[in-house]
Design a protein around this ligand. Structure first.
Ligand SMILES: Nc1ncnc2c1ncn2[C@@H]1O[C@H](COP(=O)(O)OP(=O)(O)OP(=O)(O)O)[C@@H](O)[C@H]1O
Ligand SMILES: [Mg+2]
Length: 323
């Protein structure tokens, strides 16, 4: 499914809580959370990959790994043949990917300093890249125009703007460096429904104009359907199904994907949506075998004992003992 973005067996663990002095004295072990657990994915340039899954499935962690805001414990991420540098490493300053990977966060009210001017907010990434001053203003105005705002916004501040305008500013800041890949972490979920589709359409327009590759994070199957070329369905840190949006939405294979998608009402169908029963189990102590078995309507004995490996079925990858 492409080689512009290659994610190769990436794992990221966190300590479940901070280590305290008492932990030291008592030599207590703190449990780990495998936020991302052996994920491999590939994507072509110019396409949109949606990471779909419930809360805690590891979507944001994977997004942060893709842009270098986190460092994998093991595995590799390559963009256009270059290994993604971790922003905290020395090699970051020399990497060809500097400025080429950007991320837009869920809530523009917390990701933008409310008291900075729009000009300063959108210039910031260019200043970090040591762009010449006279270029900066031109590039900032260009980025604002791309998100449908004009020069009159330069000296305004986020606090004076609506939620939709703030998210446009966050997008302008992400595209001002002319990146190649943008991770969008639930970019519309903090917005009013009426504004959501405006922003989604804007993102599609910008993608076409700049030839951008998107990794779009959402828990909303309808948003996924609208924007995705490819979908990776995540459950407790693992990809359980990965394929083209058409294949996955028309014929979801994994029982988890089926449950997620059945909560989207189909046109003309008057059936009540079947919701997924139960809650996502704890990431600290995930179930043995297939992590989905406690909630799965098809669970067999094998599912409790043996972890399903990834298989290629009907043009996609799926991790399930049914196949
Ligand atoms: N900095 C961190 N320290 C400790 N645990 C973390 C950290 N970041 C994430 N986690 C844990 O890793 C797991 C995956 O979290 P992540 O935020 O990636 O999920 P998500 O799919 O983005 O969820 P949501 O839909 O709620 O945003 C969760 O169990 C979370 O508690
Ligand atoms: Mg998240």
């Amino acid at each position: 499914m492409g080689d512009f973005l290659i994610i190769n067996n990436v794992t990221k663990t966190y300590l479940a809580r901070r280590r305290t002095i008492a932990d030291f004295i008592l030599r207590r072990k703190i449990p780990y959370i495998r936020a991302v657990n052996g994920v491999s994915l590939r994507l072509d340039r110019g396409k949109t990959l949606v990471l779909l899954g419930e809360s805690g499935s590891g979507k944001t962690t994977l997004g942060r790994l893709i842009v270098g805001l986190e460092k994998p414990d093991s595995g590799k991420i390559l963009v256009d043949g270059e290994e993604v540098p971790y922003v905290g490493d020395k090699s970051y300053m020399r990497s060809k990917l500097r400025g080429k990977l950007q991320m837009v966060f869920q809530d523009p009210s917390s990701s933008l300093d409310p008291f900075m001017t729009i000009k300063d907010i959108v210039s910031e990434p260019l200043i970090k890249l040591h762009m010449p001053k006279n270029e900066i203003l031109r590039m900032v105005i260009e980025a604002l125009e791309m998100v449908g705002l004009d020069k009159s916004f330069l000296n305004r501040r986020p606090i004076e703007l609506s939620g939709g305008q703030r998210q446009r500013i966050a997008i302008a800041r992400a595209i001002v460096t002319r990146p190649e890949l943008v991770v969008l972490d639930e970019p519309t979920s903090a917005l009013d429904v009426s504004i959501q589709s405006q922003i989604l359409n804007l993102l599609v327009k910008i993608q076409r104009e700049l030839g951008l590759t998107y990794v779009f994070i959402t828990h909303d199957a309808r948003v996924a359907r609208f924007i995705a070329d490819y979908v990776a369905v995540m459950y407790l840190g693992k990809v359980v199904e990965y394929g083209s949006a058409d294949d996955v939405f028309n014929e979801p294979l994994h029982p988890y994907t089926q449950a997620l998608l059945s909560s989207v009402p189909k046109v003309g169908v008057r059936e009540l949506p079947k919701t997924i029963s139960g809650e996502v189990p704890s990431a600290i102590n995930p179930p043995s075998g297939c992590a989905f078995w406690p909630r799965c309507p098809y669970a067999m004995n094998k599912c409790r004992n043996e972890e399903p490996q990834t298989k290629v079925i009907n043009n996609r990858e799926v991790r399930c003992h049914l196949y």
